[in-house]
Unconditional design. Structure first.
Length: 459
């Protein structure tokens, strides 16, 4: 990988993010009675998209919002401008990744919108989001936030609207936990702006529609990325798919499950493990043979165990060295084009790991890439192992204005032998002593929780 390209500045990125920050500041104080500073931020947003097809609509929306007379349609166009600016940043960052990795990026194929959504429900959701924008993050209170509850309840029974319902549910829960907004010392303006603008666009017909198909071929896992929340967890397997009738390309397969906030570490794998045979195959170091597995245009496998069977042994590092360089990168859906979504599998070797204070970097002939070890789950892959490694499979991300590598697995030398350590080594079951001990502790904790839950139910 050309690590030197990742440190070169990208034109226009800072300007685009500054325009987004202008809208976020306006949303912080609210758009019911805008002040001159908010009007300036809205004007900057309109100016940033003045050369796009959104220009006239966003300019009108900015003027209306600055006058305190914005309607739901105007808020919709402000959200669209924000999403478009982040999309342009995403595309610029991905173009640089494409240059650094030498891999091709597949173009997005648009899907025709399906107008079959329950219009009254999405309009109710849009109305609540508009009320939130008028109040601003500093003006939220429990009465305003609770207005989302009946809307969410009405959206959930409709499968095509569950993505919007889930987003509103989580968004409303965050706002409720932060009420009243006037008492907040610190406001996550960008995060709440992301959630608000995404939810706004999800009220449009066809916003979540994407082409899907099926695929047959050999799946070669690279690593597992664990996403953890207090009440939910998700394991996302990154892999290369060798289709029966084409060139290899990158894919993802995910499994999610709810969890108590007391289940952490190895206990998370115990919750996820029964729901996906791929986790077991990864732990055993095997490929997976797929037959007519559903897949989205973004490269996400809609995993069904009946369409998969264990294959021959497959070493992720062999896959990374031999197959990954020629694997194409699937496109990103328009609504998902955001810098935070970037997670591109890469293979690094020939670097020197350097620890400077709290920061670990991989150095390549004068170029450096920051290593993000905070995302590594509990297991044999430790920050110390990463610092002593000589090869790494990781995810290339963009955070805090720079590219970073999140390790998924490393090769290191122990007793003059090359040893591979994987962050997802416990996904299908722990085989080492440390893992077995952690598994037992997690099992004991889960047993206690079940007993307590049983007592509560009996009462």
């Amino acid at each position: 990988m050309r690590a030197d390209l990742l440190s070169d500045p990208l034109d226009g990125v800072d300007e685009a993010l500054a325009a987004v920050a202008g809208l976020d500041q306006a949303l912080t104080t609210g758009l019911l009675r805008p002040q001159p500073a908010q009007a300036a931020g809205l004007a900057a947003l309109a100016d940033a998209v003045s050369a796009s097809p959104l220009a006239s609509k966003v300019a009108e929306a900015a003027d209306k919002a600055a006058a305190g007379a914005a309607g739901e349609e105007h808020f919709l166009f402000l959200a669209a401008a924000r999403i478009a600016l982040f999309g342009s940043v995403h595309d610029a960052l991905m173009a640089r990744v494409q240059q650094a990795t030498g891999r091709t990026l597949t173009e997005w194929t648009a899907a025709l919108p399906d107008p079959g959504q329950a219009e009254n429900l999405v309009l109710a959701a849009r109305s609540w989001l508009a009320d939130v924008a008028r109040a601003g993050w500093q003006g939220i209170d429990h009465d305003l936030v609770s207005g989302a509850e009946p809307v969410i309840s009405a959206l959930l029974p409709h499968p095509r609207l569950r993505r919007l319902a889930a987003l509103l549910d989580g968004f409303a829960a965050e706002l409720a936990a932060s009420c009243p907004g006037s008492a907040l010392d610190r406001i996550p303006a960008r995060r709440w702006g992301d959630l608000w603008s995404r939810a706004m666009l999800l009220t449009l017909p066809g916003a979540t529609d994407a082409p899907t198909s099926t695929v047959t071929g050999r799946l070669l896992p690279l690593g597992v990325d664990l996403h953890e929340h207090a009440t939910a967890a998700q394991a996302q397997v990154h892999a290369v798919l060798e289709p029966a009738d084409g060139e290899p390309f990158l894919v993802r397969a995910s499994v999610s499950a709810p969890k108590p906030d007391t289940v952490i570490g190895a206990g998370i794998w115990q919750i996820l493990r029964p729901h996906m045979s791929l986790l077991t195959a990864f732990t055993e170091g095997r490929s997976v043979e797929l037959t007519d597995m559903p897949i989205t245009a973004e490269g996400d496998l809609l995993w069904r165990d009946e369409h998969a069977k264990p294959g021959e042994p497959a070493d992720p590092f062999v896959t990374a060295r031999v197959v990954l360089p020629k694997a194409a990168t699937p496109p990103t859906a328009p609504l998902d084009r955001h810098p935070a979504r970037i997670a591109v599998p890469v293979f690094l070797e020939g670097y020197a790991a350097e620890q400077t204070g709290d920061a670990l970097t991989f150095s390549f002939a004068g170029s450096q890439v920051v290593v993000d070890t905070d995302r590594v789950p509990a297991g044999p892959l430790t920050p110390e192992a990463v610092a002593g490694s000589n090869a790494c499979i990781g995810l290339l991300r963009w955070d805090a204005g720079a590219y970073r590598v999140q390790p998924l697995a490393v090769e290191t030398t122990a007793r003059k032998k090359t040893v591979a350590l994987h962050g997802g080594a416990w996904a299908g079951g722990a085989v080492d002593k440390v893992g077995a001990k952690a598994e037992k502790a997690a099992t004991d904790a889960a047993t206690v929780l079940r007993e307590r839950a049983g007592r509560l139910l009996r009462k």
